[in-house]
Design a protein around this ligand. Structure first.
Ligand SMILES: NC(=O)c1ccc[n+]([C@@H]2O[C@H](COP(=O)([O-])OP(=O)(O)OC[C@H]3O[C@@H](n4cnc5c(N)ncnc54)[C@H](OP(=O)(O)O)[C@@H]3O)[C@@H](O)[C@H]2O)c1
Length: 220
């Protein structure tokens, strides 16, 4: 197995990965854009650098990697892109403003590419989970950000792979999450944002038990 380590906050991260793959003569059949982390709190109190990095990983690297690897899939006549969104992307997220907007981007980007590549041998699917038992909330610094009940990474992966195999544009694992995802867009946007604020303002309460420093990385 080949392992490439790359800090996806770097502007040229996708290019470096693509170059390394070419050098090692590796063609990619399935791109899983999973890397990501969240930011939350009052917008003015969120570290601007951390927010910038969040957007670099969750949005810019995802687009850049897709740009870098999708042409090779087209040349092979088949391939798949699985993007990891979030239920946070189904509505505006007060106190998660940039993270939830990033996940809205992931969903809409995926839905658009799904349409573009239908019938051209490339599947594009977004998986949009609710809370999952991973290191996500430790990195975020609070479990109060978890809206809804937790599921396991295995369940999310199974749902994602089933959706990809079935050629679905997106999937929301968990019945409660899926229902909420279907109902949210049918309400006025400003009302949705106001309701979301009532749900998400819990993150403003300090949760020092789970505060964690940003991880250090070494670029490949
Ligand atoms: N957990 C949830 O409740 C939840 C819910 C909805 C959506 N999601 C999404 O699921 C995805 C995976 O998160 P997770 O739940 O598995 O959290 P996690 O356990 O904290 O894993 C985060 C992943 O992102 C990678 N990553 C973070 N910053 C990176 C950087 N600068 N460069 C390269 N890789 C970086 C990490 O790599 P290392 O292992 O090398 O650190 C790790 O593989 C994210 O996109 C997240 O937004 C999570």
């Amino acid at each position: 197995m080949t392992r490439l380590v790359q800090d996806l906050t770097a502007p040229d991260a996708a290019r470096r990965i693509a170059d390394a793959l070419i050098e090692r003569r590796i063609s990619v059949g399935v791109l899983v854009n999973n890397a990501g982390f969240g930011t939350c709190g009052r917008f003015e109190e969120i570290d601007a650098r951390r927010e910038h990095d969040q957007l670099m990983v969750n949005v810019v690297a995802l687009v850049d990697l897709t740009h870098a690897l999708l042409p090779g899939m087209l040349a092979q006549g088949s391939g798949a892109v699985l993007n990891v969104g979030s239920t946070a992307g189904y509505q505006p997220g007060p106190y998660f403003a940039a993270y939830s907007a990033a996940k809205t981007f992931v969903l809409n980007f995926s839905l658009a590419l799904h349409q573009e590549y239908r019938g051209r041998g490339i599947r594009v699917t977004a998986v949009c989970p609710g809370p999952v038992e991973t290191a996500f909330f430790e990195t975020l610094g609070t479990r109060r950000a978890a809206i809804g009940s937790f599921t396991t990474p295995e369940r999310v992966v199974r749902a994602a792979l089933r959706a990809l195999a079935a050629g679905r544009a997106y999937v929301t694992p968990g019945l409660g999450n899926a229902l909420s995802a279907q109902l949210t867009p049918r309400r006025p946007r400003t009302l949705v944002a106001a309701i979301a604020k009532r749900v998400t303002r819990g993150v403003l309460v300090p949760d020092t038990d789970h505060a964690a420093p940003a991880p250090e990385r070494t670029a490949a």
